[in-house]
Write a protein that binds this ligand. Structure first.
Ligand code: SF4
Ligand code: SF4
Ligand code: FES
Length: 251
């Protein structure tokens, strides 16, 4: 079924008048009215923002990937009627709300210095050299409020300032790189890239070595699994499907 466009309705502005303006006749049980770039649509109340935009007839060519809240491609900002705040969320996991006003956001700036990981040291000197803007952080916590992963973003930036690479890695670990923190930061810090540097430094210099991984790599280099690889690479789809579903799985 195609989305029902709300004829001639402009998106509401913030404030009490706006709240009234969005009171268009809808089936309250199943539909809400949202506004996509200024145009109103009746969409299922149970839809995610992404589902509702597609229901309204738009084809999302960019800004969508996993559709499951993992890839961070669908960073979205929106407003609600009568509310001055800018809200943030992932379009694939955030549900629509009555009067929600959606707009596209342009790509955010992403300061990303090029570095050779082999030549870095896991300490504050590296942070100072690659991301000096980190030290402009004014501790406003806006980044934390913007994060759809509920990460303590400001805390990992503070860890970066202290040169605490382990805490930087740990606190930023579940970052999706959606960029919503970066578009709100008054200090122009691109938090996700700082977190990524922390993870790389930790993995390269600080993480305990895994003896069984080293052993397995040695086995691979000696060709222990070459025969098995060859068998997989030449198998047809039916055989691969059988192997896949019969594989050992951790319970
Ligand atoms: S830390 Fe920033 S980039 Fe990472 S998930 Fe949270 S808002 Fe997105
Ligand atoms: S938004 Fe920017 S300035 Fe504010 S706490 Fe986060 S990193 Fe610091
Ligand atoms: S499409 Fe991947 S997080 Fe939304």
């Amino acid at each position: 079924m195609a989305a029902k466009k709300v004829a001639g309705k402009k998106a509401p502005r913030a404030g009490k008048k706006a709240a009234k303006a969005c009171a268009v006749p809808v089936s309250k049980e199943t539909f809400v009215t949202i506004y996509v770039m200024g145009r109103g649509y009746h969409v299922p109340a149970e839809a995610t923002i992404m589902g509702a935009i597609e229901y309204a007839g738009y084809q999302i060519k960019r800004g969508a990937g996993c559709r499951e809240g993992y890839c961070g491609a669908c960073a979205t900002i929106y407003r609600l009627p009568g509310d001055y705040k800018i809200y943030t969320g992932l379009a694939c996991t955030t549900m629509v709300q009555e009067g929600m006003w959606l707009a596209q956001i342009p790509a955010h700036p992403s300061h990303k210095p090029v570095y050779d990981l082999d030549k870095l040291t896991p300490d504050v000197a590296t942070i100072q050299r690659l991301y000096p803007e980190v030290f402009r952080c004014v501790a406003c916590n806006t980044c934390t409020k913007a994060c759809p992963q509920d990460l303590e973003v400001m805390d990992y930036i503070q860890a970066a300032k202290r040169g605490d690479i382990e805490a930087l890695m740990d606190i930023s670990f579940d970052c999706l790189a959606c960029g919503l923190c970066a578009i709100r930061c008054p200090a122009e810090i691109v938090q996700m890239n700082v977190g990524l540097l922390g993870k790389r430094l930790y993995g390269k210099y600080l993480a305990p070595k895994s003896a069984h991984l080293e052993k397995r790599l040695r086995e691979m280099r000696k060709g222990k699994f070459d025969k098995e690889y060859k068998k997989l690479m030449t198998a047809d789809k039916k055989t691969l499907t059988k192997i896949y579903y019969e594989r050992d799985m951790e319970s």
